[in-house]
Ligand binder design. Sequence first.
Ligand SMILES: Nc1ncnc2c1ncn2[C@@H]1O[C@H](COP(=O)(O)OP(=O)(O)OP(=O)(O)O)[C@@H](O)[C@H]1O
Length: 584
Amino acid sequence: MQDNRGYIKGISGSVVTSTCFPNTSIYEVVYVGSERLLGEVVRVRRDVADIQVYEDTTGLQIGDHTIFTGELLSMKLGPGLLGQVLDGIGRPLERLGKKSPYISRGTHIDAVDDSEKWYFIPRLQRGDDVGPGDILGEVEEKGIKHFIMAPLAFRGKNSTISWIAPKGEYVVDDVICKIGETTVKMSQRWNIRTPRNVGRKLDLDKPFLTGTRILDVFFPLALGGTAVIPGGFGTGKTVTQQSIARWANADIVIYIGCGERGNEMTEVLEEFPSLTDVRRGIPLMDRMILIANTSNMPVAAREASIYLGMTIAEYYRDMGYNVAIIADSISRWAEALREISGRLEEMPGEEGYPAYLASRLARYYERAGNVVPLGSPQRNGSISVINAISPPGGDFSEPVTQSGLRLSGCFWALDKGLATKRHFPSINWAQSYSLYHENLDRYFTREISENWVPLREFALNILHDGKSLQEMVQIVGRDGLTEEEKWILKLSELINIFYLQQNAFDSNDAYCDPNRQLVMLNTLKLLDEEIRWALNSGALFEQIDSQFAFVADLMKLRSQNAEDYETSLISYITKLKEELSDLI
Ligand SMILES: Nc1ncnc2c1ncn2[C@@H]1O[C@H](COP(=O)(O)OP(=O)(O)OP(=O)(O)O)[C@@H](O)[C@H]1O
């Protein structure tokens, strides 16, 4: 150990400079000072290494020793991760809290509890030949099957099981299988900065359903895709992400509170444990992992938190689950990168961010995807990434938003103007986009209805026409419009308030499944046909508008219970049809 000891030559906030060794490598883990603060080498220059320290560096002094471990920053993966709240470097906050109300520096505990017992059921037997990633057995973790997989690399060439543990209770560090010279425990370590190997990548052809109408219909995300939600202060990033965490069709959700204010994170920590996953009838936390790294916690840990979340996501993806990573917000992560880069005195790029901001982000986004993991039986897992971006002053031209725009498949732009009008979710349909339409249109047409695409096009065309007419009205006034144009303007307003607005706090409206989304759009289309028929038959738009409460009636139906929804909308249209016939 003596050989691996260096000493501190300089300290600048979270970055410590230490003497190092010829074999010191980038991202090597270093224990710093007498309290053994956890750090990672981020730069090596001749015989000195710059180390980013994941804990508060107050009190460190020049001359204090450093210990170079020769290992990379890794995470212990195994049963017991679900439902946990971790800090940016993967320490379980609840268990830390039991030791002391404050996180004492230099405390290293793994997220998986090594004293907890799990009932292991083997799936293979002695003499079976196995490959990397093969499922050896399973334990039940909060109602889901947690598969114990063979390591992704074996020692030696022999890949035959010489021993496998019988059914029974084991702790995560117990050896449950011997494959040639490799012993396999229920837990395994993985370096957080290295993507886990996969068999092959698949097309993104299934939707990541959020239950939010504007997202699923107009700007759909694919399972395994990436999305960003940029928005200024108070535009609804957190509510949108929390609603996605609650309702999306992901099996497992990893929520990374990245550099948020402490009180916001407290809300998240209080709220999620009280929520129920209504569709599965289990506590929401049973399929979630929260990573909490607030703005007052060390910045270097914030930088690491997204890799940590990604590594856990890859682990569950490899079992064959659809995992969602939700990071709030990636801007605070980029700020951490900027701070560390500043302390390393690197040449600043745009707005002070390091020149490698985009490539670092790309490396993170690339770990998303829909894959066939290594091993048998063959399975399919995905990681979908949804990142909030908080551009200063809501300016989308800043580097983090621009990188998000280039790197992700969905851009869900939040609009301050809409938020001020309390139009939620305040997603601007004119600025947002999805690159997954082509693949997903095939899915929706096949699985939901062949009217899915035509109805979406209908709604979007009306919105576009309505926007142009709105501009025209500002110049020529409403009287300058034809009867049909007046109706289009009204219909576009109706699409906005009836369809695009969705109250995340209304139990009937917070989640809208694709069938209900379709029924709503179809109602708007039928309404359009009826009113156009009446206008073509000689009725005046003002007459219809003043005589019938069709907007108010429709709005009353929006938050109606799901069961009688379709019937109500049909009778709404039938009633309107009769009224219009009488009028004509
Ligand atoms: N879908 C929604 N339905 C109803 N209300 C919403 C919705 N989205 C946002 N809001 C309202 O907007 C407020 C602000 O939302 P939120 O906290 O998510 O914004 P933010 O962009 O995360 O803010 P910050 O920049 O402070 O992080 C919420 O408290 C809520 O009242």
